[in-house]
Design a protein around this ligand. Sequence first.
Ligand code: HEM
Length: 428
Amino acid sequence: MNTNSKEEAVLHQAKISRRNMLKTAGVGGVGVLLGATGLGGLLTITEGKANSTGKKEIIPFYGNHQGGITTETQNHVYFVSLDVTTSKKEEVVKLFKDWTIAAALLSEGKPVGDLSSNEFLPPKDTGEAEGLSASNLTITFGVGPSLFVRDNQDRFGLKQKQPKELVDLPKFPLDALEEAWTGGDLCIQACADDLQVAFHAVRNLIRIARGKAILRWAQTGFQRTKQADPGQETPRNLFGFKDGTVNPDVKSEKQLNEHVWVQPGDGPNWLVNGSYLVVRRIQMFIEVWDRTTLKEQEKTFGRYRDNGAPLGQKDEFESLNLKQKNDQGEFNIPVDSHTRLSHGDGSQRILRRAYSYSDGMDAKTGSFDAGLLFLCFQRQPSKQFIPIQERLATMDKLNEYISHRGSAIFACLPGVKQGGYLGETLFN
Ligand code: HEM
């Protein structure tokens, strides 16, 4: 028997065993699956499948920090914002406990519960990820300001725990925000190298939330895939420019502690090891951009389109030379360019993890509704995203080609330790 057919035989056997096991276990669901781990290794049987290259592609769910923040960016994102509908704190806590179990299973490419044991009941897992690899799925959970206080109501007795940094973002000049893509009590960011896997995760988590929370808005996003770019160059945005060149080094604990992870003393201790997420749904007027000369495009960003180097310089990753001038005495990197303005004096750094989106046609204008789902993580929005965006909103040449249509802020919870649950530090 060659390796492939051996693997197939094992998988086939595993499927049969799993069905039998689930039949024995009864209707079950998440609780049963977990409870059943003592019954002769159900978890090994339901182990996530490998991909076509034999890799399991599993990013560990448990740890000091949640996945999906410093994780190498996956091909796709499925982002959702939710509103909590229950008024009972214990139900919110139960939801986070159920989500913890489900997210741990999903991250390993396993179903959240029974796929087929009782034909008289809806299956516990919706089934569309059956047979797919975990695809490096990460699921990142966050809580918004309105979970703490809404309409002046301390909804769940958490008011005292609301961090000063977790407040609605100020209105920036040129904001064109729409209710349909704004705010939320909770968020889930599911990233995976397969969109069906990411969708499956979100769908099942929302299903588990029935009666406790509902969808408020949702947005998918994509990047060039790893298959299309095995060299893993910096991805290009829909304006054709390399996007993501300058970012804190995710391998440097020092930089992450300085710019990304909430530290002891920053605010309430429950958020230590978490991070603030600012999300902006930014429409990009690609038709207008496509009628703009290359020179103008490059001056807008302050970088060359071809290799991503700062104007007047050679290499994509060279540090910016903001003093260099051309023969006409103008700065090579223009004063109103996106690069110069977002860089500022270099002290406000955010971890950008953006994805492009394309949502068909903008019915109001007949143009593409396409752009950037801008996701960025940081330790203190008041000292990072907000001052950067204040500069951009007032002066950025890029504003001629974009419009901020959605916005939200969330505190992404610290990571979960084995045996613990998401939000444990907040709810206890
Ligand atoms: C559709 C909207 C946007 C597009 C197309 C865009 C694109 C880019 C591009 C091409 C670069 C240069 C390459 C790089 O370093 O990645 C860049 C840099 C950057 N952008 Fe944006 N961006 C957008 C919105 C924003 C927003 C809303 C913020 C934050 C408020 C932001 C913050 C930054 C920062 C911090 C840098 C790095 C600056 C540095 O060199 O230190 N961008 N962006």
